[in-house]
Design a protein around this ligand. Structure first.
Ligand code: NAP
Length: 512
């Protein structure tokens, strides 16, 4: 898609990542008449996680009517829970129709960014050379860096091994002995699909997840006709799904007792598919429902009940050249290992490469107490840096696209405010950021994610929940509806008449 090989020396706004976040940002900037921006994308297409996760069975577990841009409804969704290829095709179409692709530089990796205090720009290194930017927007995604498990000997395995997010479609699983490590959202979609192809499947479970029935169905011809010709109908579906999802929030944040009906459904899901009492016991979770992400599937338990599928719950101690070895000493030979062990979530890999006002990387800045931002979007010490899907913006119940659109509105209002007032830089005041995070952590303490008796990717090494938003999504939207300039440190533009001319650092005035 990209025909341009060089980058300009400077852009007003530089966006990193071309998933829902980066694409949304490009569309909204364009709608505002802004042309001086670029989106860097290391891959060759838009889509982010929906481009990368091509494993068999990949589908979204939030209904598509809600898991899509509010400003770009898609009348052609085939089912209530869209498969990955449809979501990827949707993102491609939205990008093409919005006419923004000429602003994207595919196959271009963001390597590093350093804030230049004198020039008040981000100095960015990319695989296509340097570029400076007044504003840096990271939209690199919360689930973009696959995490390989730290298992003794895994590098010495001589068979085929790949992560769920880096599926090797050239490898034919037919008739092979295969191991799947992990029983999270990815694994429960993969296992039923590959069980049909392979000779034998071992599924290595460390923790049994809660799995509810998946209320998935194809839309009828009448519904699809309605989606196409009655725009209000899609809106109605979206609104219904949205409010249905919001009703889950009290079960997560007030009392797990409110989630009792969900627990009942999940237990019935086990009983329906599994008769063997030992297997039933092995797959029954021992923590509160919601503590880890609640999964949805109708074919996960039936797959585990198959004769040619073994659920292994003894911990893996090592991998040899041709087998997986568990603590009980059993060595299970395999031809291939599918690693479905998730992503780096509580440490953002990109944070290593962003150096702020004081010469410290974002990773180092967060090393002591874990990730923290103001409104999940801006960070003290990192002027003019905006993060889409930053700390504590994740959800256990609804669509991340809703969160992303809330952040887009906030960032665009910040950019408008900066332009209207000849402001060169904004960064949140330390007291505002502290108050925001104190409030978040106080709310999180009583949630099922923190006290539900599980360890999950929601919690960091300090046991702090730095990933999830503990309130309703409409509260998040309200709190980010306007740029609250009084919560920011700002510096005035040195030369308001020529905003893009050389900046005179001596004339920059610091205001609180
Ligand atoms: P995940 O939810 O983090 O699950 C990773 C799995 O690997 C867990 O079962 C974990 O066990 C296991 N594991 C990790 N390290 C291990 C080790 N060393 N030995 C044995 N097992 C190990 O990752 P994911 O399934 O890729 O999903 C990540 C997120 O992506 C989801 O939470 C969801 O937000 C998103 N996602 C969504 C969809 C969808 O919409 N349908 C699909 C896929 C992914 P423990 O539980 O014991 O840690």
């Amino acid at each position: 898609m990209d025909t341009t090989t060089t980058l300009p020396t400077h852009v007003s706004t530089l966006v990193v990542g071309a998933g829902f976040g980066g694409l949304g940002m490009a569309i909204k900037l364009t709608e505002r008449g802004e042309k001086d921006f670029l989106v860097l994308e290391r891959g060759e297409d838009v889509g982010g996680t929906w481009r990368d996760n091509t494993y068999p069975g990949a589908a979204c577990d939030v209904p598509s009517q809600l898991y899509s841009f509010s400003f770009a409804p898609n009348p052609t969704w085939s089912r209530s829970f869209s498969p990955q290829p449809e979501i990827q095709a949707y993102l491609r179409r939205v990008a093409a129709e919005a006419g923004v692709l000429d602003r994207f530089r595919f196959g271009t990796s963001f390597d590093a960014a350093r804030w230049d205090r004198d020039e008040q720009v981000w100095r960015v290194e990319t695989s296509r050379g340097p570029v400076t930017a007044d504003v840096l927007v990271t939209a690199s995604g919360g689930l973009s860096e696959p995490r390989m498990p730290d298992i003794d000997g895994i590098d010495s395995f001589l068979g085929e091994i790949f992560h769920s997010a880096r599926w090797n479609h050239d490898y034919d699983l037919a008739g092979k002995r295969v191991a799947v490590i992990g029983t999270g959202a990815s694994a429960i979609q993969i296992v039923p699909e590959v069980a049909d192809q392979v000779a034998h499947l071992d599924v290595y479970q460390r923790t049994a997840p809660w799995v509810m029935p998946r209320r998935d169905r194809a839309y009828t011809a009448l519904e699809r006709f309605g989606f196409k010709h009655l725009p209000g109908l899609q809106k109605l579906y979206r609104t219904g799904i949205y409010w249905g999802r919001e009703t889950f929030v009290p079960g997560f944040t007030v009392s797990p007792r409110l989630a009792a009906p969900a627990k009942k459904l999940a237990l019935a899901n086990i009983e329906k598919a599994i008769t063997d009492p030992r297997l039933r016991e092995q797959v029954t979770p021992t923590f509160e429902i919601g503590c880890k992400r609640i999964l949805i599937s109708n074919d996960w338990y039936p797959a585990l009940a198959r004769d040619d599928v073994d659920l292994v719950t003894d911990p893996i101690v090592k991998v040899t050249a041709g087998a997986v070895v568990t603590r009980d000493g059993v060595e299970r030979e395999v031809d291939a290992i599918i690693v479905a062990t998730g992503f780096y979530t509580t440490e953002q890999p990109i944070a290593e490469h962003i150096v702020g006002r004081d010469g410290q990387s974002l990773a180092r800045h967060w090393a002591g107490n874990g990730m923290a931002a103001y409104k999940g979007t801006t960070i003290n010490g990192f002027p003019n840096l905006f993060q889409i899907v930053g700390p504590n913006t994740g959800l256990g119940h609804s669509s991340m696209v809703f969160i992303i659109e809330s952040q887009l509105a906030y960032i665009l209002d910040a950019l408008r405010s900066m332009r209207d007032t000849d402001t060169a830089t904004v960064e949140p005041r330390p007291d505002a950021q502290r108050a925001w995070n104190d409030d978040l952590q106080r709310r999180l303490r009583r949630t099922v994610w923190n006290k539900g008796g599980c360890s999950s990717w929601y919690l960091d090494a300090h046991g702090r929940n730095t990933t999830l938003w503990p309130r309703t999504t409409f509260t998040f939207r309200r709190l980010l509806s306007t740029f609250d300039r009084d919560k920011y440190l700002t510096t005035a533009r040195a030369n308001p008449a020529r905003p893009d001319a050389d900046r005179d650092a001596d004339r920059v005035e610091q205001t609180a």
